[in-house]
Write a protein that binds this ligand. Sequence first.
Ligand code: BT5
Length: 250
Amino acid sequence: MKKQIKNTLNQTVFGKNIVYMRVCDSTNELAKREITMPHGTVFIANKQTKGKGRLGRSWESEKNSGIYMSMLIKEPLPLTDVSQLTLVAGVAVCRALGYDTKIKWPNDIVIGTRKVCGILTEKTGDAIICGIGINVNTKSFPHHLSEIATSLYIESGEKFDRDYICALVLNEFELLYNQFKEGGFAEIYGQYFDLCITLGHDVVATQNGEEICGFACGISPEGGLIIDTEEGEVTVSSGEVSVRGMYGYV
Ligand code: BT5
């Protein structure tokens, strides 16, 4: 496993050190427990028993079918908000997967109207953990996800090598991460903007239990979603907001 990933890596930091587990609760939690590991360590599991989404939600993490990985970041970054790294990782996943993948702001990677990947970035002390879950060879999902989730296999009828895809994501992430480190979100802004399908749609953002309805009209320089509401423009930042299309999931 590690060897196959390492053979495809073409960068120097992310994935140089890999911690692989057959089963763990959550690779983000594993990374928190192993916080003394070096910068760039990647934690990968074949199955998660308590895969996490944002806001206390769960991430379905069946064995042998998806990529569940977390990257440990221990460098000072020009962040106005840790969730900006979620946006960087989102662009990296789209570049690695191709397949007409798009981003539903802030952290859902979708194909058509279904979610193929989710990203969860957490700060713990001075370190940041960026967790990525990708549905690769998943054949079917539990009932509650059947309308919103998809996998590369469901979309294409083909099975993919998870290690290879994992390495492609790490390669793309490291390239973008370096640009981000140098110049902040401005470096990624154009690519994120082009990939974001939320723009141009009516949306409902739920922030601290309050609903903000309006037209998604832009991305702020910090990566927030600008919503044109009846009361004027409101910018929501990605950490604590959930966004749904007014007429469906996207
Ligand atoms: C996310 O949260 O999308 C972030 C998911 C991050 C998962 C990775 S796996 C590696 C690392 N370790 C972890 O424990 N987590 C990270 P959020 O935007 O809150 O979306 C969660 C929602 O997505 C759920 O409430 C479901 O509706 C849906 N969902 C759950 N599992 C899914 C799956 N496998 N595929 C598509 N949608 C899913």
